[in-house]
Design a protein around this ligand. Structure first.
Ligand code: PLP
Length: 404
């Protein structure tokens, strides 16, 4: 009776089953995957947050498919504080970035059309696309000390019916930004194949080091391509429960038409709550304070991880440019799922296996740098000890990895 849109398996995998068992048995799980900022021990300015939500104006319902003008102006001012010029007339509010994707897939794709998505990346794309009857064509990122878009493979994977190129800037979980020298070729591909550009910038305030080579943001639009830039309160102020995100539409003439098309779609849902729209200005003004607490956490955990990894030659910490995650490469004697299962079973440490994000090879683990520092340190210590113990139990290997 159900549509084919829901055809993916919802069976629990061995890792989630083991996690459930551990939790039911009351095991003290050291969770290195915590990415819910509201559970990560940050000191939110409660009074200011609640005051913003208590506006009398919220007692009145004014349906506004694009979002209330005052809230769109607040988003525009947020970009202004980042020295980016974004007009409120190009902004459309949504309840989440996920909803923004669903609107964009409805806007750009007929059933059976496709969108190009990076691999490894955010696992939700497959599902968000399937729910709109849209196919996903993965294009690879590759790592040689820095992450790059494999532009040759991207060009080769474009086929008829491809409607949009998705970029995540910086990407989850690789933390990599689009580089300036990649931009020309990306725009050329968009032009040749008439692809719209969808850029997810939810983590773009979390660059962890200066880098003149990266593209900080696409929010001002790019020469010659129809662009849609996504962001929202989930990461900018660590308030995912508020349910406020947006799309910035930019580019040449079709942009106006696209904006109107999005308004037409949003008019059927009117899903953004009124209180959060009235609070948007006050909430976005909290960004410097909340981001500084989050950034301190990310950098503190990253420093700890780097120092511990440097004494652990079997493991490698991949170069990180931004975002909330760190990627570790572990010895390929186990796959990422087996490492994650072993860590949970033997050490009560919960990590994300790389296969969840579609890493092309083994064995990668993803850790959330948002994790409380005490937990993070204890989890990292146990993880590295487990790698040592596992390797010590294996037959000795020569430098090239062959048994000796
Ligand atoms: C790349 C990326 N986009 C979007 C989101 C979710 O944003 P929202 O809460 O606005 O749907 C996440 C959450 O982790 C993410 O990693």
């Amino acid at each position: 009776v159900l549509s084919k849109r829901l055809s993916w398996s919802v069976a629990r995998n061995p890792l989630t089953r083991l996690l459930d068992e551990k939790r039911r048995a009351g095991a003290p799980v050291v969770d290195l995957t915590e990415s819910n900022p509201t559970r990560a021990g940050f000191d939110y300015p409660e009074a200011e947050i609640l005051q913003g939500l208590a506006s009398r104006a919220s007692l009145v319902y004014e349906p506004a498919p694009l979002g209330l003008p005052a809230a769109r102006e607040a988003v525009s001012r947020y970009y202004g504080r980042r020295h980016l010029t974004v007009s409120p007339e190009g902004i459309l509010l949504t309840a989440s970035t996920s909803e923004a994707y669903s609107f964009l897939f409805k806007l750009l794709c007929d059933p059976g059309d496709s969108v190009l998505v990076p691999r490894p990346s955010y696992p939700l794309f497959d599902y968000l696309a399937a729910l709109e009857g849209v196919e996903v064509i993965p294009y690879p990122l590759h790592y040689d000390g820095v992450w790059h878009i494999d532009l040759g493979a991207l060009g080769g994977s474009i086929r008829p019916g491809a409607r949009a190129l998705l970029l995540v800037n910086p990407n989850n979980p690789t933390g990599s930004f689009v580089k300036r020298d990649e931009l020309g070729r990306l725009l050329e591909l968009c032009g040749t194949h008439r692809l719209a550009l969808i850029v997810d910038e939810v983590f773009s305030d979390y660059a962890l080091a200066d880098d003149a080579d990266r593209v900080d943001s696409f929010a001002e639009g790019v020469e010659g391509a129809l662009s849609f830039v996504l962001s929202g309160l989930s990461k900018i102020v660590g308030l995912p429960q508020m349910k406020l995100a947006w799309i910035v539409v930019g580019g040449p003439a079709p942009a106006r038409q696209a904006y109107q098309g999005l308004e037409q779609i949003a008019d059927n849902f009117l899903s953004v709550g009124t209180p959060v729209q009235h609070a948007a200005s006050a909430l976005l003004e909290l960004a410097p304070r909340l981001q500084s607490a989050i950034r301190d956490r990310l950098l503190g955990n990253l420093r700890y991880l780097s120092s511990r990894i440097s004494a652990s030659p079997a493991c490698q910490l991949l170069h990180l440019e931004g975002g909330w995650y760190a990627v570790l490469r572990l010895p390929g004697v186990r796959g990422s799922e087996d490492w994650a299962l072993e860590l949970l079973a033997a050490d009560d440490v919960h990590v994300h296996p790389g296969y969840l994000f579609d890493f092309a090879s083994e064995a990668y683990l993803v850790l959330s740098l948002l994790t409380r520092s005490e937990t993070f340190r204890s989890g990292v210590d146990r993880l590295l000890a487990r790698v040592e113990t596992t390797l010590a139990g294996l037959p000795a290997r020569g430098a090239a990895g062959e048994e000796i």
